[in-house]
Design a binder for this molecule. Structure first.
Ligand code: ADP
Ligand code: RBF
Ligand code: MG
Length: 377
């Protein structure tokens, strides 16, 4: 049974790094550059080990992990200025701008509480139009005598101790068990439902007409995203898509896509898929760890909504992702997983007919063929 709403929320306190900003993305990029200097190669899988750490802690972990021929302090001293020069490249996490705009538009007061120093906070947010004005108060780690109590759970314990309702948005995957004291744990801000807390609900379908159309077609649950692009050859997956589920997914290799993967929360998305020699198709995909199968690696699995008469392993697949459907979840049975994926398919199929989403069908990215080899034959 759902927990009864204890109190109506009247103002919101937000964390910055890993909640509103993808700070880890930039930390990863900086560390990658340093490793190259030491002749080591960053393959993206270490990313998980540095998430949620300060740049300094992350650096220490990397020195140890890679057995770098330098002291931790030396590495940190080198890293620091490079990281600070990159503050301008820290991007908002998906759903962050939407949330800030929404709450501010409804006059909900917001404050920012972060463990990083005040100056660093101000500098980070200064690169995002309007962000400074969203907050009526900002508190930095250097302005309080004791920072947030536990580095594993920034803010959750503090929030509960202050009698607040706390929604945790962990940046480390598969760590839900660390946040048991939070009132809710969500995968990303895309999944936040303000109305659960007595705040005004999102109304994303931009025009009233679109909203009514969506209601009629059962696609009111889709959320348009800034389109993002990803491509690569179709690789072998776990061999269970078609065999176990009857749902073939043309897997892309996570290698070489580590920054895109860290930028985009796991979940079920939809968009358009281009196969250079075949055409452009509607597509619905999961990106993540497939909780039902509990994969070790974040996978990218698009199901092309078309009947093919043959496999197309090795072919160049290009994707434009235009909308978000739901978080990945676990299911009590394989039948319920399959049923849910078929529902995703129906929603995506209809949604992609909306001008909002259908306009990307003609995106040149989908049909531009990368490889000239195919012309030689
Ligand atoms: P794997 O585990 O190797 O990804 P799947 O059972 O998921 O195997 O099957 C995926 C393969 O099936 C794709 O790589 C592709 O070659 C083929 N395929 C056939 N029809 C489709 C479709 N509609 N969508 C995605 N892949 C398809
Ligand atoms: N797997 C899950 O464990 N949970 C999900 O919520 C989930 N949603 C999916 C949605 C779509 C549209 C697709 C294509 C796949 C989804 N899967 C999900 C992934 C499924 O488990 C995966 O395709 C198989 O593991 C095959 O490798
Ligand atoms: Mg597959």
């Amino acid at each position: 049974m759902a927990k009864p709403l204890k109190k109506l929320v009247s103002c919101v306190i937000l964390d910055l790094d890993g909640t509103l900003l993808n700070t880890d993305g930039v930390v990863s990029e900086v560390l990658k550059g340093f490793l190259a200097k030491y002749g080591k190669q960053w393959d993206g899988r270490e990313a998980q080990r540095i998430v949620g750490k300060t740049p300094l802690e992350a650096a220490a972990a990397v020195v140890e992990e890679y057995g770098l021929p330098c002291g931790k302090e030396e590495f940190l001293a080198e890293l620091h200025p490079v990281f600070y020069a990159q503050l301008c490249n820290i991007k908002p996490l998906p759903g962050a701008s939407r949330l800030l705009k929404h709450l501010s538009g409804h006059g909900v007061p917001m404050a920012l509480a972060s463990n990083s120093p005040r100056g660093s906070i101000e500098s980070k947010i200064s690169y995002h139009q309007g962000w400074k004005d969203y907050f009526s108060a900002i508190v930095g780690g250097d302005e309080v005598t004791a920072g947030k109590p536990s580095p594993e759970m920034p803010g959750v314990t503090a929030g509960k101790a202050a009698g607040m309702e706390v929604v945790a948005v962990p940046s480390v995957p598969k760590q839900v068990h660390l946040y048991t004291s939070a009132d809710e744990v969500i995968n990303s801000l895309l999944d936040l439902q303000p109305e659960k807390w007595g705040l005004p609900p999102f109304q994303d379908c931009k025009s009233f007409d679109t909203y009514i159309f969506a209601l009629h077609h059962g696609i009111e649950g889709t959320l348009p995203t800034e389109p993002w692009y990803i491509s690569g050859p179709v690789v072998k997956g776990f061999g269970r898509g078609s065999k176990v589920l009857g749902i073939p997914t043309a897997n892309l290799s996570p290698k070489g896509h580590s920054s895109l993967l860290s930028e985009h929360p796991s979940g079920v998305y939809f968009g358009w898929a281009g196969l250079s020699t075949r055409g452009v198709y509607k597509m619905v995909m999961s990106i993540g760890w497939n909780p039902y199968f509990n994969n070790a690696e974040k996978t990218i699995e698009p199901w092309l909504l078309h009947e093919f008469t043959e496999d197309f392993y090795g072919e160049e697949l290009r994707l434009v992702i235009v909308g978000y459907l739901r978080p990945e979840v676990n299911f009590p049975s394989i039948e319920s997983l399959i049923a849910k994926i078929h529902e995703d398919k129906r929603i995506a199929e209809r949604a992609l007919d909306l001008p909002l989403y259908s306009k990307y069908k003609d995106d040149p990215y989908l049909s531009s063929s990368l490889h000239s080899e195919s012309n030689h034959s």
